[in-house]
Every structure is written in C-alpha cells, then in structure tokens.
Design a protein around this ligand. Structure first.
Ligand code: SF4
Length: 431
C-alpha cells in the first residue's frame, strides 16, 4: 500500500481488491464471533475509506447469517438522497447525527420488530409513499458523554507512522455555512469548555497528548475556543493541538498568542479563495486584507500556518489566477499550502442546488445527470460559462499556480504536490 493509505489523496487504495481481500481476512475472527453470539443487529459506520471493505464485510456476514439486521451510519450517510446510493446494502440507514433518532430503532430491534418510517432513518421496509422529514439535531451537545473507547485498546488508533492524534470535537456544524462550494453547511452547536477539557484531560490520563480538533468550524464561537484554551491552561494539561480555523476579524495576534500558550502548534485556514473577486464568488465573507492579517498574526504567535485553496469556481478569471499567485507569494514566509482542490460539484452545495444561477451547464440532460450522479457530478459532465471553465481549464490553472509557486519558493507541501500529480494522472480525488 501507499506509505500513508489514510491520506486524502490515497482513497483509491481502499478500493483495490487486494487490499479488501487482506482486511476481510483480518475481519474473519470478528465475523466468526458475531456468528457465534447471534446479535439481533450489527451496526457499521461507513465512509469513503472503508466503504468497499464494509460492503464486503456485510455481504460475508449476510451469507452466514441471512437473518441479521444491518444498521449503517457515519459520514456516507449524511444526506438522505446520497447515503443509499453510496451504500445500498442495509436494513436501516441512520441519516446524519443519530442521538435524537436511534433509540426507537434499537428498542424495536431488541424486541424483534422490523420498524418502518422512523424519523431520520431510511429502510427498505419504509412505505413507498413515505415523505422524508429532516430529522431533529441535538442542540445541547453537553448532554452526551464523550467517547472513552472502553471497548478496545486505544493504542490501536494510530496514524501510519505510529503517531496518535486524538480527534476531539468542540462543536458541530459551521456558523457561517454559506460558502457556495461547500457540502458541510450544518447548523453550528458547541460544547462547553468544561466538557471539552474533561475529555482532553481523560485522554491525557491515558497517555495521549496530541489532539486534533476535528470539526468544520473550530472558531465558530471564538470566545468559546478562547475559554477552552483558558481551561486547558488552568488544568495544567501539557498538550499539542491542531485544527482548522476560519478567517475572522477577531483573530488578533493576542488571540493566537493565547492559543499558542495552550499548545496549539499548527493551524490550518481554509482560505479557499485567494483574490478578492474569488472570495466574493465563493461567498467566503472576508477580504484578502483580513486573510493576510490573520495569517501573519497566527505566524507571529509562533504557530505553524497552513492554508487551502479551492480553484476554478464559476466566474473565476485568468486575472484572478495571477492575483492569487501574487497573494500567495506575498505571504510565502509564513505559510505552507496544504491542499489545492479543483472545484467538485458536490451534492448539498449551493452550486449543485442552483447551477443556473452560476451559469453552470451540463453535457447532456441535467435531470438524468442528477439522477445518475446523486453524490457529485463528474467533471466531464459540466462546465461553467463567462468565462468558460471546465476541468481542463482548472488543471491548466492548477499547473500554472504550482509552477509559479515552485519558482517563487512557496512551500506547496507534500499534500498539494500529490494532488497535482494525481490530477495530472486523471485519478479521482473524491472519496
Ligand atoms: S467551507 Fe468551511 S466555512 Fe465555508 S461553509 Fe463550509 S465549513 Fe463553513
């Protein structure tokens, strides 16, 4: 396998038959145990990297236990329209967050019922004329406990090079939720500093000290993040932290210095648009002036700064590309580019929902294309006008940007370099 098979650019590894065969054999002991213990249901969390293996696992389990009920959830199941397309072999699929919806299902399964039309849960048993209603979300995140992983050996959760980055989520959703390319626009909710730091303290007591704030909008409530940091300092926790922040006018030098004192060593900014015009097109809600101020403040506070870029949105011009290069070169002394993504027309995004408004056109019948591709529209099936942009144009722009940045000695990072390589090889970068 690739050195880091979990890297975003290596998702294709998890579709190789050789890899699936290897891990399926590893799961044999687990499958045998399930067969012996005969549970009423088995739950599987599914996402881009384990999807193919999970399908093989479910198929194998069903062949030995035809009566088993399969319940799936996880990142593949965020949208009602997409989940069953990505992972069709289930009896129940929990859409999105499960806290408010899972209980009736579990209770029914425990008494051998096969319920249907449950709020937030899709099933082949549902009525044919069922109308989908958006399920409720848990508002009070402090009302649930954090995972203690008591069912397994925590040391198993490690990166390819034996590092441990404990994921911690201080919030869910995104307070801004307006970027036009984004498919993660969920309502923002936060946990209290006390609860977040209790979790970190627990993990520290188990011997872990590196944490990754695994959420869309770490500074969705800047004061809350500040207070989390104060609480970590007060508890005397010696930790190393990283996460992704949004550009915000409250990101002052003093703010970052507080984060640095707490243990933040690396912050990533999804700047995404790198010219004022592109920021406006993407609807990021800030200007380049603020971007440059934020990045400088963060760097001066002693934190490693990495950034992302989304390239080729409708309306982006060649002049924008030149300006983006200039802006990146301007801050080359204090940033590294971690990700450059060409625009994906992803389900759930504003561009996907209202393509006409952005002069997005399709090569073929739009309704049929949408029916056949509920997850994202393949690049060869769409383009945008004024100016004309398709994937070929995007790759040319990407090539130009990377070449110029390389010449100007801007750190484009190994991730960005691999993305460039993959795009050139026409590999899929979407999971
Ligand atoms: S790209 Fe980031 S800031 Fe923008 S809506 Fe999505 S999660 Fe929020």
């Amino acid at each position: 396998m690739k050195e880091d098979p979990w890297d975003n650019t290596n998702t294709a590894e998890w579709e190789r038959q050789e890899v699936i065969g290897y891990f399926l054999l590893e799961l044999e002991e687990l499958i045998q145990d399930i067969v012996v213990k005969k549970p009423k249901a088995v739950g599987v969390s599914v996402h881009g990297s384990n999807r193919t293996l999970a399908k093989a696992f479910v198929k194998e389990l069903r062949s030995r236990m035809p009566e088993i009920t399969i319940v799936v959830g996880g990142y593949d199941c965020v949208y009602y329209e997409i989940g069953p397309y990505l992972f069709p072999d289930f009896d129940y699929m929990v859409i999105g967050e499960a806290e408010m919806t899972l209980e009736p299902l579990v209770k029914a399964l425990a008494i051998n019922e096969k319920p249907k039309d449950l709020t937030g849960i899709v099933s082949p048993y549902d009525s044919p004329d069922r109308k989908w209603v958006v399920p409720p979300l848990l508002e009070d995140l402090d009302s649930i406990d954090f995972p203690k992983y008591e069912w397994t050996n925590l040391m198993l959760y490690r990166t390819y090079n034996n590092n441990h980055f404990v994921p911690v989520a201080a919030s869910r959703g995104c307070r801004w939720s307006r970027c036009r390319f984004c498919a993660e626009c969920f309502p923002f909710r936060k946990r209290s500093p006390q609860k977040v730091t209790d979790e970190i303290e627990f993990m520290v007591s188990k011997g872990f000290y590196k944490f990754h704030f695994n959420e869309s909008d770490v500074n969705g409530d800047p004061k809350n993040l500040y207070d989390i940091c104060s609480e970590i300092i007060r508890k005397g926790l010696k930790v190393s932290l990283m996460g992704q922040l949004r550009i915000d006018k409250r990101n002052t030098r003093e703010y970052f210095e507080h984060l640095a004192r707490t243990g933040f060593v690396h912050l990533r900014f999804g700047v995404d648009g790198w010219s004022d015009n592109v920021l406006r097109l993407q609807r990021k809600g800030y200007t380049m002036k603020l971007v440059l101020e934020n990045l400088r403040n963060c760097y001066k506070a002693g934190i490693v700064v990495t950034v992302n870029m989304v390239l080729g949105v409708p309306g982006e011009t060649e002049d924008d590309v030149s300006e983006m290069i200039e802006n990146l070169v301007q801050c080359k002394d204090y940033i590294a580019i971690e990700g450059i993504n060409t625009l994906i027309l992803a389900a759930g995004s504003e561009y996907y929902k209202h393509p006409d408004e952005y002069k997005i056109r399709f090569r073929g019948d739009k309704d049929e294309i949408y029916r056949n591709h509920p997850y994202y529209i393949p690049t060869e099936l769409w383009y945008s006008e004024d100016p004309y942009i398709d994937q070929e144009v995007r790759i040319k722009r990407l090539d130009k940007i990377c070449t110029k940045l390389y010449e100007q000695k801007v750190d484009i990072g190994s991730f960005a370099a691999r993305v460039v390589e993959n795009l050139k090889n026409n590999e899929k970068t979407i999971s």
